[in-house]
Design a protein around this ligand. Structure first.
Ligand SMILES: [Zn+2]
Length: 506
């Protein structure tokens, strides 16, 4: 008997936690952080307390009430034993976005994770170079221990690698990198890395590479008593469009389609990566002074795009060290030198992090560039920075230039304030923004976003319709969307809208 339960991500964008089971044994399709719901309670200074394990998220109902979590993250004053248990054989992770992987770290350490080798390598890079948070401990977990005399508090302990199952073949470098110590006293006890083909799961699982805004994105087709296709996040207008189409063709016999619907809310601008290339190129062509390009550091396809523009406009690309580390992670898998012709910004810092000095510099010796070098020749560079890097303006002191915002617009009111602040920084250095502008609406400053400088990682309404028609499933389960009505209206008899935690028995 097959059943599907959507524990989260049923009516929000992100936080996907979809459980599929066959005769009592199951797989999670993603186990992401529901950032939409996190935002209802948290802001940068109000965050779940790391030393309380899963306590805070559990009490705020931000993770499903199930008895499936790491024991070391359950403090003595939290009882989860009366919650239902699940026999989870693995998590099938679609890609490296927090709203898909950000809660995997909480899961029992014996549950392996399935993903592409790109995904594993990028996750290791991120886990090393960002502030650790138990939820995103996918590659290795830091086992917490109670902190006497107050046993409710948890402190950091030793690192253990989780068992990982790759959807594609991998080399020895990856195995070495995954368990390589990234902190001075942070050795990692090895986990096991194996190939999906050789693993024993409750369904026969076939991975398909897809097109999304991060490399290594995977859609899955599961075959058991019934066949289930899961898109993950998908689009048809980037570099890997053909891969997405191959998945869609292969999913034609699937009875159940679990599909994202991110872009069904709000404006439906259709721009492709080619349009972005065109707009950014033109803006840079007509500009003098420093060019700053702002995009997600995981969007390595966009980085390639700016690298291409740089070489055509006689500029050199400069990235932050943490981004260089992600490119190094990519190289571990595909053995291509992604740092070739790229400079790394040498930020003033008293003690550079261990991953930078002992892994990145040891292996790559990146070409560093200082604020003085940039000051001397501002027309020679494209600097890949985001709002979080603006403090460096105080050292670089640009006198003119442009700032290309190449990411999605602000969804929340608080984010709007960031753009107002960013605009102030740009104004004081004579830098012209592209991709967004600030207008006065009824005496109040508000940002608006101009098209052409960003292409979405998600399928447009037309693309979604095309995907569904082509696969022609018997049942459609929408996830990762705020517009369930669209599915109800367009696919009346087939759309199955599941409530949070509702089980669909097939
Ligand atoms: Zn995504």
């Amino acid at each position: 008997m097959t059943a599907i339960t959507v524990y989260d991500g049923n009516d929000t964008i992100g936080g996907n936690k979809i459980y599929v089971e066959e005769n009592g044994k199951g797989l999670f399709l993603d186990f992401g952080a529901n950032l939409h719901n996190y935002d209802k309670f948290f802001q940068p200074y109000i965050q779940p307390r790391a030393y309380r394990g899963i306590h805070d998220l559990w009490l705020l109902n931000l993770i499903p009430h199930l008895n499936i979590y790491r024991k070391d993250l359950i403090p003595i004053d939290l009882d989860v034993t009366s919650a239902p248990k699940l026999d989870i054989k693995a998590v099938l992770l679609s890609h490296v976005h927090m709203d898909h992987y950000g809660n995997i770290g909480f899961l029992d350490e014996n549950i392996p994770v399935v993903a592409s080798s790109f995904t594993f390598s990028l996750l290791k890079g991120l886990q090393d170079s960002y502030t650790p948070n138990a939820g995103s401990e996918v590659i290795y977990i830091n086992k917490r221990k109670p902190h006497p005399p107050d046993e409710r508090l948890l402190t950091r302990g030793d690192n253990y690698g989780r068992d990982l199952i790759a959807t594609d073949s991998y080399n020895e470098n990856l195995e070495h990198f995954l368990w390589q110590a990234s902190r001075k006293r942070g050795g990692i006890e090895k986990g096991e890395l194996s190939l999906l083909k050789e693993s024993d799961l409750p369904f026969s699982v076939t991975p398909y590479e897809t097109d999304h805004s991060v490399y290594g994105s995977i859609a899955y087709i599961l075959e058991g008593e019934h066949s289930i296709a899961y898109t993950g996040d998908i689009r048809l207008h980037g570099e890997r469009e053909m891969q997405s189409k191959h998945f869609i063709d292969s999913a034609k016999n699937s009875e159940i389609l679990i599909i994202e619907g991110t872009r069904l809310t709000g404006e439906n601008i259709f721009d492709s990566e080619n349009v972005v290339l065109d707009y950014c190129r033109r803006a840079i062509d007509i500009s003098k002074g420093l060019v700053i390009a702002d995009f997600s550091n995981r969007n390595l396809e966009r980085l390639e795009l700016f690298k291409q523009i740089a070489s055509k406009t006689n500029r050199q690309l400069i990235i932050a060290a943490r981004d260089a580390y992600l490119l190094y992670a990519l190289e571990i898998v595909d053995m291509v030198d992604h740092l070739e012709d790229i400079l790394v910004y040498h930020r003033p810092m008293t003690r550079p992090p261990f991953w930078e000095t002992s892994i990145l510099q040891d292996k790559k010796r990146p070409n560093y560039i200082t604020n003085e070098d940039i000051k001397d020749n501002p027309d020679g560079y494209i600097l890949c920075f985001s709002f979080g890097d603006v403090m460096n303006f105080l050292d670089i002191t640009p006198v003119r230039g442009i700032y290309i915002y190449s990411s999605p617009g602000a969804f929340k009111t608080e984010q709007e304030f960031d753009f107002i602040r960013l605009n102030r920084w740009l104004k004081s250095y004579g830098i012209r923004p592209y991709g967004f502008k600030i207008d006065k609406v009824k005496g109040r400053e508000r940002p608006s976003f101009t098209r052409g400088f960003h292409a979405s990682g998600h399928a447009s309404e037309n693309e979604l319709e095309w995907i569904i028609d082509r696969i022609d499933p018997d049942i459609i389960i929408p996830v990762h969307t705020e517009n369930l009505d669209w599915f109800r209206e367009h696919f009346k008899d087939k759309a199955k809208i599941l409530k949070k935690g509702e089980k669909l028995n097939l």
